[in-house]
Design a protein around this ligand. Sequence first.
Ligand SMILES: CC(C)(COP(=O)(O)OP(=O)(O)OC[C@H]1O[C@@H](n2cnc3c(N)ncnc32)[C@H](O)[C@@H]1OP(=O)(O)O)[C@@H](O)C(=O)NCCC(=O)NCCS
Length: 227
Amino acid sequence: MLFHYAREHFLEGLNFVYRLSANIVFTDKGGQFAAYRKLPFQKWDYFFDLSAGFSWRMQIELQAPPPEPRWPAGVELRPFDKASHDRLVWQADAQAFSDHFGYTPGTFENWQLRVSGRDKDGTLWFIAWDGDQVAGYSLCRYRGGIGFVGALGVVRPWRRRGLGMALLQRSFGEFYRRGMPTIGLGVDSQNSTGATRLYERAGMHIASEFVLYEKELRLGRNLADGH
Ligand SMILES: CC(C)(COP(=O)(O)OP(=O)(O)OC[C@H]1O[C@@H](n2cnc3c(N)ncnc32)[C@H](O)[C@@H]1OP(=O)(O)O)[C@@H](O)C(=O)NCCC(=O)NCCS
């Protein structure tokens, strides 16, 4: 009814609205997961054309230091030096995340503004090197009062050798050492490279789930058409 009214009365006049999104968040507190998973979602599906996906906030509350990381042969951690490493980390990040759902290539300058300009504490950036190549990285910071793994990636040739786990454990260990036992991160629940399995193996659990529903109100217009 609302969509019908909206479509009839004002949407045609607007150039920028063509999708209505609802991002619904559930947490694991008070049995919310169990309750909402029983909801008749067909009712939502009636209103929304597509459920665009689930993403998770995963978390760990460490009671003791995590296991010491075991680095794959030939791979070592070196202190992050912004001036000489920034571009190489960006390249590794772009390569690792080119496999990720929704990835769009961006420029180094944009990445610097969005990522390396924001994460002020370079001692929370863990960069794994194989010779002069970045094999993997874990870019951490504090967020929302807890430790946060903002980006974790392993470049394809170094995958499935335990580097992802080692980087995660190194990150957990550093937060624990600094007196911060709660660490979180965000992940697409359908992550095609098995990240959710990695996080569960490392002891993380789902703290909240985001469900994105979308309704296409009308087709998008190509702005280049001048309409
Ligand atoms: C997710 C990601 C970081 C994992 O990195 P990784 O270094 O391959 O991780 P690990 O090697 O620790 O574990 C991956 C798998 O290899 C297996 N493995 C680990 N060591 C191994 C070894 N020596 N021999 C064989 N298999 C091994 C693990 O058991 C795990 O198996 P599973 O996927 O069946 O559960 C990496 O795939 C990636 O960068 N993906 C793209 C970016 C991304 O999605 N990041 C996370 C977003 S939140």
